[in-house]
Design a protein around this ligand. Structure first.
Ligand SMILES: [Zn+2]
Ligand SMILES: [Zn+2]
Length: 145
């Protein structure tokens, strides 16, 4: 179940879309969702949502820690750049290894301005245009599953 909110800047027309939530089939929490599945529709895995750098990091992590691993908390998450305030939605997930001393893998995202993306809290209601600073207005809402 997910929520897709589209905001628009009343001053410069910039459109920002915020995606929250997870796809129906992302609840399968084994590592197979991190690999491409040619025979299956893309909804069965999150591979197609991963940018090349994250794919590389994920597969290096999986190789390093070995089995077993669990993929948890998979959902679309809006992020905001700490430098230019640009808002973008990315896939969030955690790869958890039960082995002692191994840290979970959590993707880190960076903006094209080289700033770092941080998660926007779900209770946040006011968003500002990163181009002109004007408060954005909610334009439409789409629920998806
Ligand atoms: Zn604007
Ligand atoms: Zn930025």
């Amino acid at each position: 179940m997910g929520q897709h909110l589209i905001y628009q800047c009343p001053k410069c027309g910039n459109i920002v879309s915020l995606n929250w939530g997870c796809g129906m089939l992302w609840h399968k929490n084994d590592k197979s969702i991190l690999y491409p599945h040619r025979a299956e529709p893309y909804e069965f895995n999150i591979y197609s949502y991963l940018i090349p750098r994250i794919r590389k990091e994920v597969h290096e992590y999986l190789e390093k820690v070995g089995d077993p691993v669990v993929v948890e908390n998979v959902y679309m998450q809006p992020y905001k750049c700490n430098k230019c305030s640009k808002i973008d939605s990315k896939i969030y997930f955690e790869i958890v290894s039960p082995k002692i001393g191994i840290r979970n893998y959590i993707p880190k995202y960076y903006c094209s301005c080289r700033g770092t993306y941080t998660k926007i809290r779900p209770n946040q209601k006011h968003f500002y245009c990163h181009l002109c600073g004007t408060e954005l207005i909610e334009d439409s809402e789409i629920m998806w599953d």
